[in-house]
Design a protein around this ligand. Structure first.
Ligand SMILES: Nc1ncnc2c1ncn2[C@@H]1O[C@H](COP(=O)(O)OP(=O)(O)OP(=O)(O)O)[C@@H](O)[C@H]1O
Ligand SMILES: [Mg+2]
Length: 308
């Protein structure tokens, strides 16, 4: 509260000081009025500049704000997937909304149109959880899906899909890129209609692996299987990996996950600006308390509705 009063008080003080100076210098009412006016103009301009700079460092709060800042389409709130039955259903519903918003084409479409990259600006915003949820939602709607563990620094998609990390295979995306092993031999079954391309043994240099024609070849090989491809990636700002992957133009859709209350507005804006021209990029807002209570009520009261 006190911090909110700081800027108006500073502007008022500056105006009063300049008004007093004007009175003393001109020894007339118009001197004071000119001083007050100058104080208000200078103080307000300063306050505006400070507020803008501070605003960029502040955390992003809601979907409308995310859309305004990034210029991308805001399509879904992503509540945390953990907790009781209602929470789980709410999270599942949010992944269906994401699925619907992407409007992915059928199996006859070319590769890039059926490839979705899930990324974020900063670490820990909820990419892997979202990629797993989206892959499941797509598979349960009858589309064959391959989820690709392309965060080669912190591969966690297999675990998010319920696979035992201790039994994670040594071969995967890295092997397909380096050794040109046919990608179909590297897929791991998760559930009907959903397979995983694991990261495989981690390479010394992830960005080099994800740049250039080899990763594009692997994605095209997957696309030729007639599947929808959901790619979990590293965050855009701290490392080059995902930028390299996107530069290959093998991706039609990007989901930029932003974590409400955590990611800075400037970070979200910069990340959105890094996305290449021509991809269909959307924003989804992860975080607690982002969905109105009425939505929960509706979901609770409509438990007989189909779950797909
Ligand atoms: N929609 C969400 N709302 C709130 N918390 C979430 C949400 N999704 C995931 N989380 C939590 O955030 C943490 C990070 O999730 P996750 O691993 O999916 O993020 P990430 O962006 O993939 O992280 P990293 O950058 O390390 O790969 C986990 O504790 C997870 O439970
Ligand atoms: Mg992750």
């Amino acid at each position: 509260m006190l911090r909110r009063l700081l800027v108006p008080s500073a502007v008022a003080l500056l105006a009063a000081a300049l008004g007093a100076a004007g009175w003393l210098l001109a020894d007339a009412w118009w001197g004071a009025a000119a001083g007050v006016a100058a104080g208000l103009v200078v103080g307000s301009a300063g306050a505006w500049v400070v507020a803008r700079a501070r605003g960029d460092r502040r955390a992003l709060r809601d979907g409308a704000q995310a859309a305004r800042l990034t210029g991308l389409r805001f399509v879904a709130h992503l509540p945390p997937p953990t907790g009781g039955d209602l929470r789980r259903r709410r999270a599942e519903e949010s992944h269906r909304m994401l699925r619907a918003a992407l409007g992915l084409p059928g199996p006859t479409a070319s590769g890039p149109e059926r490839t979705v990259v899930v990324t974020s600006s900063a670490p820990g915003e909820g990419k892997t959880t979202t990629a797993a949820g989206l892959a499941r939602a797509l598979a349960r709607s009858g589309r064959p899906v391959v989820a690709v563990e392309a965060d080669l620094r912190r591969p966690a998609l297999g675990r998010a899909l319920g696979l035992d990390p201790a039994r994670s295979p040594a071969t995967g995306l890295a092997t397909a890129i380096v050794d040109a092993v046919p990608v179909v031999d590297l897929l791991v079954e998760v559930e009907p209609g959903l397979r995983l391309l694991p990261a495989g043994d981690l390479p010394p240099s992830a960005p080099e692996l994800l740049s250039g024609p080899d990763v594009v070849r692997v994605l095209s090989e997957l696309a030729a299987l007639g599947v929808t491809i959901v790619v979990d990636t590293a965050p855009l700002l701290p490392v080059a990996d995902t930028r390299e992957l996107l530069a290959g133009h093998a991706v039609g859709h990007v989901v930029l996950v932003v974590r409400s209350g955590a990611v800075r507005r400037a970070e979200a804006r910069v990340a959105a600006a890094l996305l290449p021209e021509g991809v269909d990029a959307v924003i989804a807002l992860a975080g607690r308390g982002s969905t109105p209570r009425a939505y929960d009520r509706y979901l609770r009261d409509s438990s007989s509705a189909p779950r797909r």
